[in-house]
Each structure stands twice: as C-alpha cells, then as structure tokens.
Design a protein around this ligand. Structure first.
Ligand code: GLY
Length: 460
C-alpha cells in the first residue's frame, strides 16, 4: 500500500512542472544553554512529506516522482548516546523514498540532483542560510556548464504549493487532530477540577499548579509536546493576550483563562476555556461569559463549506458589539447602533484579535487567508483606528477539511467610563473546527463550554 507520505510526494511532484526539483530540509537542532538542547521538533513541511522525525535530514523530489532522502548514517557510538537512527540503507523500505544517502553526502550529491533541471523549488524564508547553501550547490552546477550541463534558471517558493496542500486536511490528519483535541480537552477538565478542589480544601493555588496538570495529562496520553507555550492567566492576567503560566495566585472569585493544547504525532490542538477559580461565576463574570459564548456559537454557525474565512469573525463581532452596548461597556449615546460600533471598530479596546486562525501541524498553520486568484473589486477605505488606507481582499472560501479555531473574547481593563464591575475580566473561549459540508465539527468540545456545565463539572 502506498503510504500517505508517498501519495503527498507524488502529488507535489506532479505540480513541480517539467524539469522541476524540490529541496526540503528538516528543522535544525537548537542549543538551549551549554550542553542542553531544546527538545527536538522536526520541520512541518518535511514531516508532511516523509513522516520522518530524525534531525539532520533532507528530502529532494523531482518532477518525475523520484525522491531522495539524506539522513544521519548509522553510527554505533552516536546511537549509544542519542538513540537509534534509521540510516540510509533502511530508509527506502521504511519511508518509501526512491533512494537514500548519508547526510554527509549532501554537498556531493545535491549538485548532481540539480544538474539539467530547469526550476528549483524550496521553502523561501523559513530556514536560516538555506538560500546561501543552495547558491553554493548551484555554483557547483554552474562550474560544469562548459561540460554541457545546464543549471536551473528559475527559483520558486515551495511554500506556495505545500501551503495549499496542507490547508485541506485528509482523513488521517483529521483523525490525528480529533485525538489531539480530545487529550487537550481532558487536560482542561483536569485543570478546572484541580482549581476548585484545591480552593475547597483551603490550599494555595498558583498558575503553575494548573499548568502542571495540563502537562501531566498531555504526556499521560502520549502527546509529545505542548503545541505552544501554555497560557494560564489568573484574574487580571487574563487581559494580557500572550501571558504565560507563571506564579500568580489563583483566588476564589477570580476567573482563570487557560489557552493550552497538546501536539500529538505532529498535529496541534488549541483550546481556551475561562472558568471561575472556585467553580462559581459571579454575576458580572457570567454576563460577559455568556456574551462571548453566544459570539462563539454565532461564529460556529457561520462556519461551513462555501462561507468565507472572515464570516465567523464578522458573526462574532456582531454579537460582541451588541453585548458591549447592552452591558454599558460601550454607551449607546456615544457609539450608536451595532452597525456604528462595527463601522468605527469601537469594540477594539475590548476585542483586539481575530476570531480564527488555521490549525494543523503548526498551531498557526500555513495557508493563505485570501482566496487565490480572486479579483479585488472593493475600493480601498480608511481604517477607522489608524486612518491608513486599506485595500480589502476577498477572504478564503472555506472547503471541506479545512481546520480553523473559533476564539472570540472580551478583555476589560480599567478605564474612564468602563463600569467597574467588569474591570480586570478577561474571557476567551476557543474551540477547533473542521469545516464540513453541513457546517463544522467542533472537535474540542470534550471540555464543557456552557457556564452551567462548567460549574457542574467543578462541583464534582
Ligand atoms: N492559542 C495560542 C495562539 O493562537 O497563539
């Protein structure tokens, strides 16, 4: 049976054009300090085409479908220290590539693979020094032009092809993402329960206690890493969008915002829940929570095949803007109707990020947010916040198998005219959605989202 990786390599080869050749390195190992490295994480493009997770590896694909892997050679001493290597002899059978060499042969073999090819594809602006390394290989090819060899005469960004391929997730990818989301949802459940239980027992709770619970649950279920640095933000810290889990106390009466997800077998999950530290929302917290939740439901309703990427955002913005007017966070007298709030972006002090991003191997996954090839017909207009002229571009049309987050929020800092009851409340609710023919599948709802259900869970 042809592996999914071989199928992807063949699909990519078919797009390279006659005389095309593609070079894809994996990620480098990175030193953390002195003799300690950061945990190794492969390059997503490379993994997408190989399923291979060792460092020091390169893939070369030709338009005729021939694939060459360069990987670490077998080395008894290094394998005693660092672990078993696949090695070039075993790679063709294990990975389905046409041939494999030791990575030590890269500089010798690469110019040969580039000879007499017309177009060189590689990922632009993703790997340090890649283009200068490629220049060196090309200069070796050029040195042989007098012998009748031809040198590639054009270079193309391989990301344009791979980003489009990765944007629509196949059944295997969707299944992995469902499993990752299930693990992350379980981790959020545990963190909520731990917070309520420790506070009930009179124990001091810190943000890192909740982070530890998340990490424990991720690894317990086989996830290799957190997909990004976990945000565990107690009280006012929730209004800092990229806050990291730190040492702040988690107090009864405060909300806790947790934005955390695991990476499983190369795929990210990304969930945010906001919950009362002791398991019971206050009136003001509940008011804002229900607005954000209604905004997320509106966003989910707007997520379906044929809709635009911006539709969930626009749907969420309407609900949030109405909520800001209803609660007095924005005054009707000053800001007028919901349409006025939207037109002037008056919601911006309370909601300053987008509702969605693509999700996949990378938490902010690759893929264009505008529909390729679609003409821009709308006139440029001034952004109400910056005054700069902005040329709106038609956003992406959603297709079955695309995966995006739905993550509206409200963040209330103290300010003149801001009702004090809402000060320091930060709420975001985020789920992962697979676009389906009929709507979307929310794959991360293994953790409750309804306020009553969160309270029930935390009582248990
Ligand atoms: N949820 C993490 C991020 O989107 O950056």
């Amino acid at each position: 049976m042809t592996s999914i990786y071989a199928q992807r390599r063949a699909a990519l080869a078919a797009q390279l054009g006659a005389g095309g050749v593609a070079i894809i390195p994996t990620a480098p190992e990175r030193a953390r300090n002195r003799d300690a490295d950061f945990p190794y994480r492969h390059d997503s493009y490379f993994y997408y085409l190989t399923g291979f997770t060792e460092p020091n590896a390169w893939l070369v694909i030709s338009a005729n479908g021939h694939s060459t892997l360069f990987c670490q050679p077998k080395d008894l001493e290094r394998e005693i220290w660092d672990g078993i290597r696949l090695g070039p002899a075993a790679a063709p059978a294990a990975l389905g590539v046409s041939q494999a060499h030791s990575v030590g042969e890269l500089n010798k073999e690469l110019p040969t693979l580039l000879e007499n090819q017309s177009t060189l594809w590689f990922p632009f602006a993703t790997h340090d020094n890649l283009s200068s390394q490629i220049d060196q290989w090309l200069s070796h090819v050029r040195a042989r032009v007098r012998m009748g060899v031809s040198c590639p005469s054009s270079q193309q960004d391989l990301c344009t092809l791979l980003d489009e391929m990765r944007l629509v997730k196949d059944a295997h990818e969707q299944d992995t993402m469902r499993r990752a989301a299930r693990i992350s949802a379980g981790a959020h459940v545990r963190a909520m329960q731990l917070s309520a239980r420790m506070l009930r027992q009179g124990q001091e709770v810190r943000e890192y206690h909740l982070e530890a619970e998340l990490l424990h649950e991720f690894r317990l279920h086989g996830a290799q890493f957190p997909a990004y640095t976990s945000i565990v933000a107690a009280g006012a810290n929730a209004c800092v969008l990229h806050y990291r889990a730190d040492t702040a106390p988690v107090r009864a009466g405060d909300l806790v915002l947790i934005d955390a997800g695991c990476e499983l077998d190369g795929y990210a999950s990304d969930i945010t829940r906001t919950f009362p530290a002791n398991g019971k929302f206050t009136g003001a917290q509940r008011t804002l929570y229900d607005i954000v939740l209604a905004a997320q439901y509106a966003a989910a309703d707007a997520t379906r095949v044929g809709a635009r990427f911006n539709d969930p955002h626009d749907a969420a913005l309407k609900v949030l803007s109405q909520g800001l007017l209803d609660t007095g966070l924005l005054s009707h007298d000053k800001h007028g109707s919901v349409d006025d709030v939207l037109e002037k972006k008056a919601y911006f002090p309370f909601y300053m990020h987008r509702t969605s991003h693509w999700l996949g191997m990378d938490v902010h996954d690759c893929g264009s947010y505008v529909e390729p090839g679609e003409a821009n017909t709308a006139p440029a207009k001034a952004d109400p916040l910056t005054g700069q002229m902005v040329q709106p571009r038609p956003s992406r049309v959603l297709r079955e198998g695309m995966v995006l987050t739905l993550e509206p929020g409200l963040y209330v800092r103290p300010g003149e005219g801001v009702p004090e009851a809402f000060w320091h409340i930060g709420i975001r609710i985020e789920d992962d959605a697979i676009v389906t023919a009929k709507g979307c599948e929310l794959i991360s709802r293994g953790v409750p989202v309804d306020a009553d259900e969160i309270e029930a869970l935390m009582r248990g």
